[in-house]
Design a protein around this ligand. Structure first.
Ligand code: PLP
Length: 382
């Protein structure tokens, strides 16, 4: 029998890292809903790991254990949303500190980061981190506490060199945090490229069924004081995930490698189709050799380039919206990483961030790709 630590991601995920229901012998680990736990007559907890659910949640620990293994991390922490995980990271920065954040990161994150940093007198430097000289200069000049990047980025699919970013951050005494939501722990493990913390909106592919809101952080060094501070703050301030959501994540992760494989194959085929279409001005997908970050993405991602792509429709917002309006299979809805394909006119959602008005963001699901391509083909016809 192989050591469990040497197992491949597909095996870890399918077998929930070896967890079963030890009480019943069932192959499905249980949901433990109890918020509080009994002490014996000498006042000792019956189970020393469990006192109160905000600090000790068996079901969350199981999901965290699986995620940590998939990320090759020392430890993972779950949060009630991706934004709660982002907030946990930034709350660890001291008042008056400084942070370097990639331009064009997920708009909800940068919106909150701008507000939070201004309230806490933290100096925020927004830098195009695909520009290595600019990133290096920002780290040298501003000596940040934290460098925060997102790769591939949502929705422009920019690719940042994680190792380079880690080297710049570390030379400046900063931690590198990578939002790898679009990459998933299956396609990329940023900790192996030198990142200190990897972050995910687990609402997306990690859960994969558009029915759980969750976030995750994983670290290469669980003894680091910043990680310790994040862990304490999560428990003390109560940013914890409920057992049911954690259990759904365990269930969702069982098929994560399969789903990511199929979504990536479908996305690649859809991107190829769109690239050659006369109604299309451009396609942003790191799996396309024409993408400026393709070579780097191929080094940082293994097994595909993910489910997220954006397409620029020839014309303006009206033309782009005409396409979404004609689609029958793609749901017109926000989010990404679920089994069903979604499409969204991002300018409607974030009108002030400078996104092209003809940009449609697509999250490609696990449907038969020929059905998706047929639907897109009829929608693109004038
Ligand atoms: N990071 C990225 C890249 C996202 O796309 C999102 C949500 O869309 C988030 C973070 C925030 O995650 P959540 O919606 O789970 O709070």
């Amino acid at each position: 029998m192989k050591n469990r630590d040497d197992l491949k991601p597909a095996t870890i995920a399918a077998q929930a890292a070896g967890a079963i229901d030890t009480a019943s012998g069932g192959v499905v680990p249980p949901i433990r809903l109890s918020t509080t736990f009994v002490r014996d007559t000498s006042n000792q907890p019956l189970n020393p790991d469990n006192v109160y659910l905000r600090n000790h949640n068996d079901t969350a620990r199981l999901a965290e254990n699986i995620l940590a293994k998939l990320e090759n991390a020392q430890e993972a922490l779950l949060f009630p949303s991706g934004m709660a995980a982002v907030a946990a990271v930034f709350r660890s920065v001291k008042t008056g500190g400084s942070v370097v954040v990639q331009t064009g990161t997920y708009w909800g994150a940068i919106k909150w980061i701008r507000d939070f940093t201004s309230r806490r007198q933290i100096r925020l430097f927004e830098v195009d981190c695909t520009d290595t000289a600019a990133l290096n200069q920002a780290c040298e000049t501003h000596s940040p506490d934290l460098v925060f990047i997102e790769t591939p980025s949502n929705p422009l699919l920019k690719i940042v060199d994680i190792r380079f970013a880690a080297d710049c951050a570390h030379a400046a005494g900063a931690l590198l945090v990578v939002d790898a939501t679009a990459a998933t722990p299956i396609l990329s493990q940023p900790l192996e490229f030198g990142a200190d913390i990897v972050m995910h909106s687990a609402t997306k592919a990690i859960n994969g069924h558009s029915d759980v809101l969750a976030g995750a952080l994983a670290t290469a060094n669980k003894d680091h004081q910043v990680w310790q501070a994040i862990t304490s703050d999560r428990n003390d301030a109560g940013a914890v995930i409920g057992p049911f959501e954690a259990w759904l994540l365990v269930r969702g992760m069982r098929t994560l490698p399969l789903r990511v494989e199929r979504m990536s194959q479908n996305a690649q085929k859809l991107a190829d189709f769109l690239l050659g279409h006369e109604a299309v001005e451009g396609v942003l997908y790191p799996g396309l050799p024409s993408h400026p970050g393709h070579t780097l993405a191929a080094q940082q991602m293994t097994g595909g380039f993910g489910c997220l792509l954006s397409v620029l429709i020839k014309g303006d917002a009206v033309d782009a919206l005409r396409v979404t309006g004609k689609l029958n299979l793609f749901h017109r809805a926000t989010s990404l990483g679920g089994v069903e394909s979604l499409i969204e006119h991002r300018h409607t959602v974030e009108p002030d961030t400078g996104l092209p008005q003809n940009l449609l963001r697509i999250s490609v699901g696990i449907e038969d790709v020929n059905d998706l391509i047929d639907d897109m083909a009829q929608a693109l016809c004038r």
